[in-house]
Every structure is written in structure tokens, then in C-alpha cells.
Write a protein that binds this ligand. Sequence first.
Ligand SMILES: Cc1cc2nc3c(=O)[nH]c(=O)nc-3n(C[C@H](O)[C@H](O)[C@H](O)COP(=O)(O)OP(=O)(O)OC[C@H]3O[C@@H](n4cnc5c(N)ncnc54)[C@H](O)[C@@H]3O)c2cc1C
Ligand SMILES: C[S@@+](CC[C@H](N)C(=O)[O-])C[C@H]1O[C@@H](n2cnc3c(N)ncnc32)[C@H](O)[C@@H]1O
Length: 660
Amino acid sequence: MKPVLPHAQLDWDDQGRPYSRVFDDVYFSDKSGLDETRYVFIEQNRLAERFAALPEGGRLVIGETGFGTGLNFLCAWQVFEQHAAPGARLHFVSVEKYPLSHDDLQRALALWPELKVFADQLLAQYVAIHQGFQRLVLDNGRVTLTLLIGDALEQLPQLDAQIDAWFLDGFAPAKNPDMWTAELFAELARLAAPDSTISTFTSTGWVRRLLNAAGFKMKRTPGIGHKWEILRGAYLGWPETVPAPAIPKPWFARPAPVAGERRALVIGAGLAGCASAASLAARGWQVTLLERHDALAQEASGNPQGVLYLKLSAHGTALSQLIVSGFGHTRRLLEHLHRGVDWDGCGVLQLAFNAKEAERQAQLASAFPEHLLQLLDREQAQNRAGIDLQSGGLFYPEGGWVHPPALCQWQAQHPGTQLLTHHDVLDLRRSNGQWQAWADDRLLAEAPVVVLAGAAEIKRFPFSRELPLKRIRGQITRLPETAASRSLSTVVCAEGYVAPARLGEHTLGASFDFKSDDLTPTAAEHLGNLKMLEEISPDLVARIGADTLQPEALEGRAAFRCTSPDYLPIVGPLADEEGFMQAYGALSKDARRIPDVPCPWLEGLYVNSGHGSRGLITAPLSGELLAAWLDDEPLPLPRAVAEACHPNRFALRRLIRGKA
Ligand SMILES: Cc1cc2nc3c(=O)[nH]c(=O)nc-3n(C[C@H](O)[C@H](O)[C@H](O)COP(=O)(O)OP(=O)(O)OC[C@H]3O[C@@H](n4cnc5c(N)ncnc54)[C@H](O)[C@@H]3O)c2cc1C
Ligand SMILES: C[S@@+](CC[C@H](N)C(=O)[O-])C[C@H]1O[C@@H](n2cnc3c(N)ncnc32)[C@H](O)[C@@H]1O
């Protein structure tokens, strides 16, 4: 079984236009796809006018069924560029069951030279597009594309967004009746913002009637090309006759958006803090990034090489979904950095080092498509890795290693972010609607919003003291490259990991020590790392000459990982602990009776922490999640995954189960 979402299967006509084999239909009209898109979707939703009316810092959210070749998206982006003020933003959410391969997308978009400037940016970021939510940050964050890869009827119910304009595309209703259903239209209505508009190229009577029944007021309007009539409409409101859609529980509801100044303090300049700063600054926030060391990325995020290591589950858990979405997002950000020094997409090979691991890998191979992961036998694995191995394994062709400080640096470089080093925040106070960062009697900085991104150190503040974060010491070993070890051509992992050399050194990682508080590297842990290298490949041990190295003479560094009990990061708004217990105390007696009490949010206080052993994959997307909570934007993850990462989950569990 190889179930998941193949790429679109296309044929190309004699004029180079794509045609879907599965749906037996065209992606765009054979007359002029561009004119049709502009007329049907852009004009009927009055986008030029609405973009022009956006204030500085304003945004419009477009939703689409059927991303296809991205033509509608690129047209919308072009019109946005022509009409919107410099500080405005476009957010485009599109669902796609059969994403085009990169080559096919490139070929299809080559048909529209006038969109080339936009198409090139899309193509540069169209990598690691896998199932679920995939966020693409374009034009320095001015344009955000959230692709929901999967069936519209599975994906849209997971979306938390308010859509201002709907593009109802997705092949002709007669060719694709499974999609054009009352169920889908109810989702469009659930997600519609109060003044939402909608348009579609079809005028089919039952489509119009079902949309009307869902709460849209649809009108027939003259068509274009060989479409006699099309439909456009506006959302009037949820029909009274239909039961209202479920709303989030009050403890997971969105806090009221911060009114007034868009200024934030971010405390901690590791991956989590730099990602938070980047996502906020891209949205026009003024960010002050406070770091106690003399530079960013000096603690867990300071290793010379970290691995884009995907520990997935075949059962689609929240963590596994977060990993697939986070991996895609980080992987796309890396396209902006220097390959070879800042990162390398050399692939990651996870060895099947015992029978249990081999079984787990076989399950994963049947649950995920080949462009994400592939099972390799021993010989194939050796060819990939360039060294002798004792087993085959699972190969992630788009994985690789990253120099985390380079990613931090890139994320913190936005002109809207000011990095203040040597700023150790000892105390946090709320005064006159501002959060104040203090060091003894010195006020370091203040702003209406503060993001706690100091890993486990955030427990020093009373507001976040109860969050169940633990520190786990880890040490990496730096091994000089040799002529023989240069053949290593991919990251190889078993219990530990080793990467192809960066600037003449391999990183070998990493130990786990749950007890030690001391960050001085130890020979014992270098020895432990060397044992893990032996498990990975005795051949590589020999190539590096690691068996001749004295552990006492080895170089490395140690830092603390910061983990939560469920291994998910902690990202989102914080509530007042005591107020929470009072507001929802009744849950401890009956978990099904939800008190109708708003959550006692600590206004403007947010957290981004608990990234454990996989911050490279989770922290950058968590920056986007945090900004989405703060700016009342479409969430970059399914609602259930965002809730699984929510800081309130622990207090809730304590109430319901009597434990965190
Ligand atoms: C040995 C080791 C190997 C790892 N390998 C990998 C890997 O291969 N792949 C992967 O994805 N992940 C890996 N990780 C995990 C990854 O490094 C972390 O998940 C990630 O760096 C966490 O980022 P962070 O910003 O939350 O924390 P940190 O990088 O620790 O950053 C927190 C920052 O906050 C600052 N700070 C804290 N409190 C204050 C304060 N009050 N005032 C001012 N500044 C403050 C600190 O100085 C620090 O700079 C590894 C971790 C370790 C330790
Ligand atoms: C006509 S094409 C869309 C054209 C596209 N908007 C563009 O600008 O190129 C229709 C798209 O809808 C997708 N699609 C069809 N049924 C779907 C479903 N149930 N869920 C998600 N996507 C679907 C198809 O794979 C196809 O890419």
C-alpha cells in the first residue's frame, strides 16, 4: 500500500496546456486562462478595489478550492502588487488534493510570461510540499500562501481562518461531483468572514442552490469565453435552520487582538525567539529581541550542525502532522541561505538498526509518499551514504543538516527587529498596558506584547512558572574531516547522528543527560558519542580515524534541550493560572460541562518554547503560529495541532485528569 496523494497526473496539449488525467478536464480555459481567471475570480470579488482600500498593516485573506497550477494565486498576487499599499499583506489559502510536481508547475507557469516575476518566487519556494498544511512565505512576508494538501473535505474542516474572498475552482461540477457538495459549501460558509464574497466559473443550477442554502447569496452574471454565465455572491450569514458550527472551547479561543501599537519584546534569541521575531517583523511589528549573551544562538541553537530529522508516526498524530508541516516550512526558509555553509540538503538516512526500528520504518514507508521518505536496502543505503553500513534504512531525500546560528541570524535580520545582546531579563512586570523587562532595578525595554522564547528559563517568570518544561543536557562532538571521510554524502542516524563535514568538521551527536546541570563538555560523553558512531558505521569510524582519537582531546559543546511532557512545543497565548483554575474548576467534576466563561488571558503575553530535540523543524513554524494567534490570522496548522501545542493544555489536563 502506498496511499498518500500522488502528484497530479497531467497530459499536455499541442499548445503546451495541462490537462488532468484523473478528472478528464482542463486546468484553465483553452481560450485565455488568464482573462478567465481575472474576470471570474479577481473582478467578481472586486479585488483591485478591496486591495486598494487596505490600510497600512491591513490584509485580505483569499481562500480557494483547487490550487492546481497556481494561476489564480499569481493573478491575485499581481493585482495585489498593483493596488495595495506597501504595508498591506495578502494571505492566500488554497486546498489541493493532487499537487503538481515542481517540473509540471514550472512547465505550466511558463505559459504566462507576464506573471514570471511572481511565478519565479513561487517556484523557488515550491519545495517539500507534503500532505497537510504547508506554509510558504513570499515577498519577504508580504504575501503568505498556505497550501492545504489533501482532499478539500478533509482539510478545510481543520482550517481556522476567516476568509474574505472565496475562489470556488476545482474542475467542472460534472467532472468532479465529489467536491461540489453541500458539505463543502458549509465549510466555505463556516470559514467566511462577515463580508465575504465568492465567485465560481460555473453557473450550474444545483451549485447555485446549494451555495444559497449554505448562506451565500448567489447571482448569475454574464460569463466569458465559452462560459455563457458564471456565479458570484456574498456571504449573508449562517442559515438559522442549520445547527451552528462548533466553536473552539473558551481556553483555546482566540484572545482579543492587541489594539494600538504593534510592538513586541521577544525574550531569548535562539531558534524560537528569532523565528518569533521574524514572523512578527514580517507583519509590520516592531520587535525588540532581548538576549542575555553577547550574540544570538549561543545555547541549544548554537551547535555547528543540527539535523532536519523527521521522527514521524504512521498514525497521523498531532506531533507527526506538526513535523511534516514544520519540516516543509524550515526547508523552504533554508532556500534563502547559503548551501554548503549554512545548510545542506544532502538527505538524511535513518538506519534500521534493530528489528523494531525496521518494522517502524516499514509502516512509515507505507504511510508516506516516496518524495518524502524511501526504504533503502543495505546496498542502496551504502550508495547513498558513500560509506559501508550494517543495515538499510529510511531515506529522507529532502532532509539534511543546518548550521542553526545561520538560520537564527537570517531570521533576526529584518529591519523591524532590534537585537539587544547582554540583556538578561530577570523580571517581567505589567504596567499601564505594557510588559516591562527588568534587570534588577533597570528597565530594559517595554512593549504591549511579550513573547517568552527563553527555552526552560521562562520558568523564572511567575506567569510561566507552572509550564512543565524540563532541561535535558546534550553534548555534540566535533570530528575533523579526513580524506577518507569526505565520501560521507548524507546525514546518517541511528541512536545518534553524524553529518557530512561543514567547514572541515563533522558533527557527531548527541548525548542525553537528564540529571547534569553542568555545561562543561565531558570526555565520558564524547566517548558515548563515539560509541554511537560505531553503531552507525564502523567503516566511518575507520575513515575518520575516530578509534585513534583520545576522548579527552576531543572538542565539542553542550547545551540544554527543553522538552514538554508530551514532546510537543508550547506555543500561544498564556492565561492567568489562578484565574484559569477558578474559571474552569467545574471541569474537575464534570469534564463535559464547559463553563461559559471567557479565558482569563494575560493580555499580550505569549510563549514559544519546548522544542525538545527538533527545534529546527518546529521552531520556525511556531513563529508563524504565534504571529497568527497575535494577528488574528489563518493558523498555519490544523486547529487540533495548534490546540495540541497550546499553553493551556497543561492546566486543562491538571483539571480534568488531576495531572499535567
Ligand atoms: C546537543 C543538542 C543537539 C541537538 N540536535 C538537534 C538536531 O539535530 N536537530 C534539531 O532540530 N534540534 C536539535 N537540538 C534541539 C534544538 O537545538 C533546540 O530545539 C532549539 O535550539 C531550541 O531553540 P530555543 O530558541 O527554544 O532555545 P535556545 O536555543 O536555548 O535559546 C534560548 C535563548 O534564550 C536566551 N534566554 C533565556 N532566558 C533569557 C532571559 N531571561 N533573558 C535574555 N535571554 C534569555 C538564552 O540565552 C538563549 O539564547 C539539539 C539540542 C542539543 C542540546
Ligand atoms: C481547474 S484546477 C484549478 C486551477 C487552479 N485554481 C489554477 O489557478 O491553476 C482544479 C484543481 O482542483 C483540485 N481538486 C479537485 N478536487 C479536489 C478535492 N476534492 N480536494 C482538493 N483539491 C481538489 C485538482 O487536483 C485541480 O488541481
